[in-house]
Unconditional design. Structure first.
Length: 125
């Protein structure tokens, strides 16, 4: 839920950076040249930032999901997803323990329904 609160702020920063880059590329004598450089700057700012935001969102989701499923190697899965991106996410989804997530009666965090104890509080159900 916390990552969802970051996206409006990120979009606000992007909304300020891209027009600033566009105005910085103003050429008084040649409007086509200014439009072309503005498009290039906007593209080269937006694509890497969007890719980085997607990678961070995937890393957060993988870490929380691995913890909820009681996996001890969450950091290893985060590295796989970071370096392989969507292919790493597919590998993670296919190799993670399958089952339904349910809230822990003690702490309220999500855990596998069939697990003997909660990975967060350590108390069995």
């Amino acid at each position: 839920m916390r990552i969802c609160k970051l996206f409006p702020k990120l979009l606000t920063v992007l909304g300020l950076l891209i027009p600033a880059a566009c105005f910085a590329q103003f050429y008084p004598g040649d409007p086509a040249r200014g439009c072309a450089s503005c498009g290039c700057c906007g593209t080269f700012f937006f694509i890497p930032i969007a890719f980085l935001a997607l990678s961070v969102a995937l890393l957060v989701w993988v870490a929380r999901d691995a913890k909820a499923r009681g996996m001890d190697d969450a950091v290893l899965w985060m590295l796989v997803v970071f370096f392989l991106n969507l292919l790493g996410l597919l590998i993670y989804i296919l190799s993670r323990p399958q089952g339904l997530l349910a809230p822990c009666p003690n702490c309220g965090n999500q855990r596998l329904q069939a697990s003997a104890k909660c990975p967060y509080c350590g108390i069995g159900s």
